[in-house]
Design a protein around this ligand. Structure first.
Ligand code: ZN
Ligand code: MN
Length: 254
């Protein structure tokens, strides 16, 4: 099997894969953010990287080193910035990182680039970074960029199977059933099953306050119960994500 990790390759090998084979490059985008007492701080970038690896293996692509820091954690979808360990970027910093890396991949001769996002708060700043890079590259940019949030690829039948009692929504799924099940699939050694809390679902008002009110957020940092997480559910999710993201990449990039 061909190697898939850019950071494990020499530059001539990478150049061959990109320029001769026309390999699609995946850039995982995550965060370093609290994920309760049972999941590691790297959960968002670890999952973005793992999903990227699954899809890259399927389509013969490459995976670049992840952007491991993300936009500031928001109370309603990541618990907020008051947790120790959460390490976040200002929007302008994240936009700059994305703009610079996209422009560099274009210089390498990458023709298809996929930004696979694993941190809810990143979305519009990734969009802005890509948009500025494309503008930098002029009227006929040499590469096409796909941006995706991996959770958008779950189908309703899968969500119904995973959440027989009702899906709380992706924002409240922070460190809960989805991420815990996927971590049990990809990185079982990093999950502390004995520490899974039974918090939430958190009940937020329909507005925000600045500075934010930490009392809105369960002290564990988990926004809805992770108790129903299993490795088996993680396997179903990864199978569906891999199939459907690979199909999207093939449809757009051939
Ligand atoms: Zn997360
Ligand atoms: Mn996150």
């Amino acid at each position: 099997m061909k190697p898939i990790h850019m950071n494990h390759m020499s530059w001539p090998e990478y150049q061959r894969r990109v320029q001769k084979d026309g390999a699609t490059v995946f850039l995982p985008c995550g965060a370093t953010e609290q994920h309760g007492p049972h999941l590691p701080l790297g959960t968002d970038h670890l999952l973005a990287a793992a999903v990227s690896e699954s899809v890259a293996t399927r389509v013969g692509g490459l995976v670049a080193p992840p952007l491991a820091y993300g936009y500031k954690s928001q109370p309603k979808c990541g618990g907020g910035q008051h947790f120790c360990g959460t390490t976040s970027l200002d929007a302008a910093t994240l936009i700059g990182q994305v703009r610079d890396t996209v422009r560099e991949f274009a210089r390498h001769g990458v023709r298809q680039l996929v930004l696979c996002n694993g941190h809810y708060e990143n979305q519009w700043f990734l969009t802005e970074g890509i948009d500025l890079a494309i503008r930098d590259l002029g009227p006929n940019p040499p590469l096409t960029v796909m941006r995706l949030e991996y959770w958008d690829f779950f189908t309703n039948p899968t969500l119904e199977r995973i959440f027989p009692e009702g899906f709380p929504g992706y924002a409240l799924e922070h460190a809960a059933v989805l991420e815990t099940s996927m971590m049990l699939h990809y990185h079982p050694d990093l999950v502390r099953l004995d520490l899974i809390p039974d918090d939430g679902p958190a009940d937020f008002p329909p507005y925000d306050l600045y500075p934010p009110e930490p009392a809105w957020v369960p002290p564990s940092g988990v926004l809805s119960s992770a108790k129903a997480a299993t490795k088996e559910k993680g396997g179903w999710m990864v199978e569906e994500l891999t199939d459907r993201i690979a199909a999207a990449v093939r449809k757009e990039f051939g």
